[in-house]
Design a protein around this ligand. Structure first.
Ligand SMILES: Cc1ncc(COP(=O)(O)O)c(C=O)c1O
Length: 366
């Protein structure tokens, strides 16, 4: 068995997460409670959004968005070809049709210039997935949405704390969705969030999250709902994280710049490109590999690094390669999916560990 010396991801707890968790536990408010309300208010304010609701995970956040926007059977929703799978699954689960479009070869986010040709009279929404901490071209997407009367759902699961033109990712579309799963930039084990500036959408989402039950009449239901609630225990951990956002940001930036220092000028290695208007808080450090410069392809690199105890991840498989999704060829997504490798990216990585990872990567050169 291979001994993992440096894992791909590891959560970092900076301060009072444990104290608040025990406090929530001892209060016996283990379902809803004080920390849920506190996290809701503080995270919403940090992002500069009018309304915010905690949820049990990122997947539930996306589902809440789709339900609140009334997207259902026969509606079409535009989904980028290169992303973690959730947006497509949620669209399919709603009975709607995902329309897959290719991504930008440099930013790896949805290519806004190829979106318009996929818009039909049935299109209801565009999923703007902020991949690996980058932020999509929100100006172009919002202009398209306005022109064609479409909703924008921002999948900000990988881009908490990233900014676009000085504003937080997740505040540009109709609804911004977040995940607080263990590997994410802010974590509470599992958890999620939705942001919106629309009171109507907020009210709908709050009710759907809570079994569809009316707020002023117990056990009365006007809409079909779910239980997408976050627990007070998880929110307590989240409140501890919110007290250290500056440390999370500076640690993520330190890790990113150390990788750039070691690898930016290496032939055969390309980093994800961030446009000047994006201030990314990178969730995962991901490199595109040109296998001509290495002893093998990306999958060979993953195995070779594992031999040194370094755990990595491949890129997302594009929808076009997974028969389940029945997607057309997506040339750029396929190229990125086949050639990117995600390196250990957690907040407490030391310079020595990053040097070790980069040195080992260089030993796999031709
Ligand atoms: C882009 C994206 N969307 C949605 C999700 C789903 O979030 P969760 O795992 O919290 O359900 C994830 C990751 O886990 C993700 O990376």
């Amino acid at each position: 068995m291979i001994n993992i010396r440096i894992p791909w991801a590891k959560p970092t707890f900076y301060g009072k997460e444990k104290e608040y968790l025990l406090d929530a536990f001892e209060s016996t408010w283990v379902s809803g409670g004080y920390y849920v309300d506190k996290f809701e208010d503080e995270f919403r304010r940090y992002n500069g959004s009018e309304y915010g609701i905690t949820t049990c995970n990122g997947t539930a956040s996306l589902q809440l968005a789709i339900l609140a926007l009334g997207i259902g059977p026969k509606d079409e929703v535009i989904v980028p070809g290169f992303t973690f799978v959730t947006p497509a699954n949620i669209v399919i689960e709603a009975g709607a049709i995902p329309v897959y479009v290719d991504v930008d070869p440099l930013t790896w986010c949805i290519d806004p210039n190829s979106v318009e040709k996929y818009i039909t009279s049935k299109t209801k929404a565009i999923f703007a997935v902020h991949v690996y901490g980058n932020v999509c071209d929100m100006d172009t997407l919002n202009n398209l949405a306005k022109k064609h009367h479409l909703y924008i759902i921002e999948d900000t699961a990988e881009a908490a704390l990233s900014k676009y033109k000085g504003k937080c990712a997740g505040t540009f579309g109709d609804i911004g969705c977040f995940s607080f799963q263990a590997t994410k930039t802010i974590t509470m084990g599992e958890g999620g969030f939705v942001l919106t500036s629309d009171k109507g959408l907020h009210d709908k989402m709050r009710i759907i999250r809570d079994h569809g039950m009316r707020k002023d009449k117990h056990y009365w239901h006007d809409v079909v709902g779910y239980n997408f609630r976050l627990t007070n225990l998880q929110a307590a951990v989240g409140c501890g994280q919110l007290e250290h956002l500056n440390s999370i940001i500076s640690d993520r930036q330190r890790v990113h710049s150390l990788y750039l220092k070691h690898l930016a000028n290496e032939p055969g290695i390309t980093f994800q490109y961030f446009k000047p208007e994006v201030a990314p808080i990178v969730w995962a450090i991901v490199l595109k590999i040109d296998s001509k410069f290495f002893k093998g392809d990306r999958d060979f690199l993953i195995k070779a690094l594992l031999e040194f105890g370094i755990e990595t991840r491949p890129g997302f498989y594009p929808f076009s390669l997974m028969p389940l999704y029945n997607a057309p060829t997506l040339t750029i997504a396929e190229d990125i999916g086949a050639n990117v490798i995600s390196l250990p990216s957690f907040n407490t990585l030391t310079e020595d560990e990053i040097s070790f990872i980069c040195d080992k990567l260089k030993t796999i050169r031709k």
